[in-house]
Design a protein around this ligand. Structure first.
Ligand code: NDP
Length: 240
């Protein structure tokens, strides 16, 4: 698949999982990519793989958990080249019952999964508004819509992201900016191996990051007069 004119996408959390698969899918569609995560070491091989497709790829080391700095860092990335598509994908998994969730953990989850997205958007939106066009895709989760025990803080962060997406869509429509929230069920990524996640699901039944990346690309490439407000994508094997 190819696009008529050169576009540039900024993808957060592009060093692994859904973000990495999205970077590769976008590159194959001829879209230049700006890749963000905490680690240049992890981003560099992704950048190299993307570059093989012939598009321009650039890596940026940003800790999105430092929310007070995020807006400025995003503005700096946009100075390297206009961002047509912003994919807010970086995030963390977190499991614990609400009674076992310390306030500091709660704040960490909300900061990264929700507040950093708000600030990424605030960094990129002004330049999209100036050009009167742009697509913002936020990676939420099925847990935003469905309660699962042990996933309280995470669910709240992802439900907040849907509310953020809906409000932004209403406010920015008149400026030519489209907003999409994607809600995947379980995806087989490193998220399930992280120290903050304790869950024992059958990973072979999960979605793959490549499948989710195709949905993200589809939302990004829709003709300008159409928008996917919200897209839920689930493993067909069952409620994961
Ligand atoms: P991964 O753990 O594979 O990827 C997470 C990405 O986020 C990595 O690139 C990581 O990069 C980056 N990241 C983490 N913390 C920070 C930070 N503080 N600053 C900058 N970047 C950071 O997870 P997934 O691909 O599964 O998750 C991607 C998104 O999809 C998340 O928002 C997740 O909540 C959501 N999601 C995942 C599902 C799943 O089942 N896996 C289901 C539904 C939604 P680095 O370590 O290099 O900083």
């Amino acid at each position: 698949m190819s696009v008529e004119h050169k576009r540039r996408a900024l993808i957060t959390g592009a060093s692994s999982g859904i973000g990495k698969a999205t970077a590769l899918a976008f590159a194959k569609a001829g879209i230049d990519v700006a890749l963000v995560s905490r680690s240049l070491d992890k981003l560099t091989p992704v950048c190299e793989a993307v570059s093989h497709t012939g598009v321009e790829a650039k890596a940026y080391e940003v800790d999105l958990a430092c929310v007070a700095q995020v807006q400025e860092k995003m503005q700096a990335i946009a100075l390297d080249g206009d961002i047509d598509i912003l994919v807010n994908n970086a995030g963390m998994g977190y499991t614990a019952t609400l009674t076992e969730t310390p306030l500091s953990d709660w704040q960490q989850v909300i900061d990264l999964n929700l507040t950093s997205v708000f600030q990424c958007i605030m960094g990129i939106l002004p330049s999209m508004r100036t050009r009167g066009t742009g697509t913002i895709i936020n990676i939420s989760s099925i847990s935003a819509k469905q309660a699962f025990p042990n996933w309280g803080a995470y669910s709240v962060s992802k439900a907040g992201l849907i509310a953020l997406s809906q409000t932004l869509a209403q406010e920015e429509r008149a400026h030519g900016i489209r907003v999409t929230a994607i809600c995947p069920g379980a995806v087989n990524t490193e998220l399930w191996d992280t120290a903050t996640v304790n869950a024992n699901f059958d990973r072979s039944k999960m979605l793959t990051p490549e499948i989710v990346a195709q949905s993200i690309l589809h939302a990004a490439l829709l003709p300008q007069q159409a928008v996917i407000d919200e897209l839920t994508i689930m493993p067909s094997a069952g409620a994961l």
